[in-house]
Design a protein around this ligand. Structure first.
Ligand code: ADP
Length: 163
């Protein structure tokens, strides 16, 4: 039984994230979406809100579970019994950062294997921060996030200064 951890800030979860979780669930027995409670960036949604939105977004995926965590990601992976860490790679920009992080994680936890999924073509450009910017300007984000996330962004009246 192979458990994979897909960690990130998910502020909020987008269809790009859901695509990666779905594809990972075709390969592994269990996927934990780990929502990092205190990332080094200004958050729009609380941990509880991010967890709640992610849970609703993957409710149809039997093998996927959503859990908030804090501290070092590889430690969380160890606690969860995850053998694999899943990441999504968009344009070349992601690669450098993911590579650096992978090297550090390998040092901290040599047994944890990294599996990167190439972003699907339609989500290559999609990031949570871009979604927030477009939503704040009144742009149409349907098709890029689940309906309940679009609703939450609208309610929050996200403005670029809060990102
Ligand atoms: P973001 O970069 O959107 O703020 P996170 O920090 O929550 O998102 O990202 C968690 C993981 O999901 C990272 O590996 C990131 O590269 C990946 N990811 C984010 N958006 C997408 C997307 N549109 N397609 C594929 N992978 C993605």
């Amino acid at each position: 039984m192979i458990t994979a951890l897909y960690a990130g800030s998910f502020d909020p979860i987008t269809n790009g994230h859901i695509d990666i979780a779905t594809r990972a669930s075709n390969l592994f027995d269990k996927i934990i979406i780990g929502i990092f409670a205190t990332p080094d960036k200004r958050l729009t949604f609380s941990t509880e809100e991010r967890v709640d939105m992610a849970k609703r977004a993957v409710a149809h995926l039997d093998k996927v579970e959503v859990i908030a965590y804090d501290g070092i990601t590889v430690e969380f992976a160890r606690r969860m019994g995850a053998k694999v860490m899943v990441r999504g790679l968009r344009m070349v920009g992601d690669f450098e950062w993911e590579f650096e992080m992978a090297m550090m994680n390998r040092l901290l936890s040599p047994d944890l294997e990294l599996v990167c999924f190439m972003a699907s073509q339609q989500y290559q450009f999609l990031s949570a921060s871009l979604i927030k910017e477009v939503a704040s300007l009144g742009g149409d984000i349907s098709g890029l996030v689940p309906g309940h996330v679009a609703e939450a962004l609208k309610k929050r009246g996200v403005s670029p200064s809060r990102m």
